[in-house]
Design a protein around this ligand. Structure first.
Ligand SMILES: Nc1ncnc2c1ncn2[C@@H]1O[C@H](COP(=O)(O)OP(=O)(O)OP(=O)(O)O)[C@@H](O)[C@H]1O
Length: 255
């Protein structure tokens, strides 16, 4: 059965050559993970001591202010980030629609990129080859698939990236905001495909600032602040806490 199990997962980003002196005497700030200066090294604690279990049927809403750690948490779910301490056990196939153009080579053609990016998202070469006609049809790029991706408009590139990233239904689907790709007609098509993937995924995690969207797709929620889960529970309870969080609640001196 698909599952995600995080035990005391912490993600730290060491920043070398940062101006630790000015940071130590830094201004009040409203956003981001905790900044810890240690000698010449600065560490940003993007995620701190997160323990969380997700099982089949869970649809998790992830809330928090800018820099609270939402994308970092999703990247740990995706296996893109290993916790610096603690553990993350992920069981099941994962589709992450976080960085959909990552792994594409703009010098290669659209079709070559289908093979490249397909492998990047975990498909075998044979599976990608079988899926090329369907991906090509969904992207509606036609003859452009034989031209280098650098000749595409940004919307065309996103069409291709979206078509590849959503080509197969995953057990675990990860989304950072609902993505709308392309022109009006294409957005309708992408929304339909996304909704289908969301319906069929065993586990869904969706980070968003929009509580109406989260209400529509999720059945439990967590609220992050400075990389820690400060509240976990029903959507109603967590939304109330999120909406009550005034910007000044995050206003504190760097430690
Ligand atoms: N590659 C990185 N290097 C250094 N620090 C990082 C890196 N990625 C994220 N951070 C830091 O980690 C913290 C959490 O960032 P994250 O992107 O997870 O926040 P978020 O909740 O998704 O924010 P937003 O709502 O603004 O997208 C922030 O303080 C950010 O500065």
């Amino acid at each position: 059965m698909p599952s995600i199990q995080l035990r005391s997962a912490t993600v730290d980003f060491p920043i070398y050559n940062a101006r630790t002196r000015s940071l130590r005497h830094g201004l009040l700030r409203r956003v981001g993970g905790r900044i810890q200066p240690q000698g010449d090294l600065v560490t940003v604690n993007a995620l701190r001591d997160v323990t969380l279990s997700l099982h089949a049927g869970d649809r998790l809403a992830i809330l928090g202010g800018n820099g609270a750690g939402k994308s970092t948490l999703l990247r740990v779910f995706a296996g893109s980030y290993e916790p610096s301490s603690g553990t993350a056990d992920i069981n099941g196939s994962v589709s992450s629609l976080l960085d959909i153009t990552l792994g594409m080579d703009f010098e290669l053609t659209g079709e070559e990129n289908i093979l490249l990016r397909g492998a990047f998202v975990g498909m075998s070469r044979q599976e990608v080859k079988q899926r090329i006609p369907e991906i090509a049809e969904f992207s509606e790029l036609g003859e452009y698939l034989h031209l280098p991706v650098r000749t595409y408009s940004s919307g065309m590139m996103l069409r291709l990236a979206f078509a590849i990233s959503t080509a197969r239904a995953p057990d675990i689907l990860l989304l950072d905001e609902m993505i709308g790709v392309g022109d009006r007609a294409f957005i309708t098509k992408t929304s339909k495909r996304l909704e289908k993937l969301m319906d069929t995924a065993s586990i869904l995690a969706l980070a968003s600032h929009d509580t109406a969207t989260l209400s529509r797709y999720c059945n439990r929620a967590v609220l992050l602040q400075e990389g820690s889960i400060v509240m976990e529970g029903s959507l109603a309870t967590v939304f109330k806490a999120y909406e009550a969080t005034s910007p000044s609640d995050n206003l504190r001196q760097p430690s």
